[in-house]
Design a protein. Sequence first.
Length: 233
Amino acid sequence: MTDQLLRIGDDIVAIHAVVTDEGVTLIDAGLSGDLGIVASALRRAGRSLDDIRGVVLTHGDADHIGVAERLRVEHGAVVHVLRPDADLATGAEPSRSVKADGWRLGPTLRFLWVGLLRGGLRTRHLQEVRPMSDGDVLDLPGRPEIIAIPGHTPGSAAIRMPSVGALFLGDAITTRHVLTGAERASIAPFSEQPQQTLRSLERLRGLPERRIFPGHGPEFRGTADDLLEALPR
């Protein structure tokens, strides 16, 4: 079987799964009401929630940890996050309160409505995580490679999945701003240190993957070098 990439949810809050002969690796876990859409997507691919071997978080924000604790407790999935975001993912550190860099009424209301429908008001923090480190190659289906890209949060990670030619950047970037609706590659809103994010993304230069996925917004087609050239400075 050729490894398969699934995009689950929508461009407002996305989840990704890599399906292999060994099982499934989930990249981010959406919102707390998203278990049904994950199960449906896997069922269409001939798999189930029990096939999920691990969840790899791009960072510890509430709209990325979503169903991770349920998958851990009910289906035995191990949840990985970079060490600096472990307390954020478990709730030991309070939720962040970074101000937005701009907004428009329509896109903002759409983002809030999707969050409401998909359980965004019912955050379920993790009780246990497995800290990962920069440079790790995780023993999970697809062999995800971890690159630390601090800036949006201290523990933000880029996840390389060479078997599907994909790079997952979480909220380091967005391709459709959830609060303004602007459709272009840019640093994502609610970033703690936007300039640090730009510096961190320089680490991705030279990577061959040509499918880049943010946590919010459609896929960026091109290499990391192409993305860096597209980002406003």
